[in-house]
Design a protein around this ligand. Structure first.
Ligand code: G3P
Ligand code: CA
Length: 227
């Protein structure tokens, strides 16, 4: 199996996170997969942002769910860029994507796009929310899903199995050999995040992970010499 290097919100260490420039740069850097975050605007548009509000990453204020697409598009998401629609990212890059559902209400809209644009092969769906994974799986037969967790123990494997996920995407600072072995026993893929240093990358290889999520393009080339 190929060791995957996944660009986190594009390559957020060198470009404004979750912007088209970040996704294009991630692709140019040769990332195997590009990760992004999904929310719904007040009028139901599937937009790519991390936080539930716009305050940290734009020049605006307020909850994404309280703003229309037109209001979101008037904001500066970094370097004069607009908040991307998910479908703009699909068109801007050709790389495989990990689409993380932040707002569970986005699962229904994502399912519609996945059907209309035949994305089952290209897009893996992630979430911290177990119910978002079960929902998308019920709407999109054959979709690949991964359960994300920051605070967890080996029981995260049972949660992933119950949600029907094929992968666990786990904060590498809390990842143990026990958890990795339980995942292997259950034939789940294991991705570590966020891996930005050589020590973290060495740990990922020592644990024989399937891949890492990183903020920086350099991890891609460094990883080649460690495989
Ligand atoms: O890929 C998992 C990772 O994206 C989860 O962390 O906070 O960047 O969404 P966060
Ligand atoms: Ca994410």
């Amino acid at each position: 199996m190929q060791f995957l290097t996944i660009g986190h919100r594009g390559v957020m260490g060198v470009e404004p996170e979750n912007t088209l420039s970040s996704f294009v740069r991630a692709q140019q850097a040769g990332m195997d997969v590009i990760e992004l975050d999904l929310h719904l605007s007040k009028d139901g548009a599937l937009v790519v942002m991390h936080d539930a509000d716009v305050d940290r990453t734009t020049d605006g204020h307020g909850a994404i769910a309280g703003l229309t697409l037109a209001e979101l598009r008037a904001l500066d998401a970094g370097g004069g860029q607009r908040v991307p629609l998910f479908e703009e990212v699909l068109d801007a890059v050709s790389a495989p994507l990990q689409a993380e559902i932040k707002d569970v209400a986005a699962a229904r809209v994502l399912a519609e796009v996945m059907h209309r644009r035949a994305l089952v092969e290209r897009v893996e769906v992630l979430s911290f929310h177990d119910e978002a994974l079960t929902h998308i799986s019920s709407l999109v037969p054959g979709v690949r899903t991964g359960l994300v967790a920051e605070f967890y123990g080996p029981e995260v494997i049972d949660r992933a199995l119950t949600a029907g996920a094929g992968a666990v995407v786990l904060d590498i600072r809390r990842l143990t050999l026990e958890t990795v072995r339980r995942a292997r026993t259950e034939k789940l893929a294991v991705i570590g995040w966020v891996v930005n240093t050589l020590d973290e990358l060495r740990l990922a290889h020592a644990l024989e992970l399937d891949g890492v999520t990183t903020d920086f393009p350099e991890i891609r080339s460094t990883g080649r010499f460690m495989a």
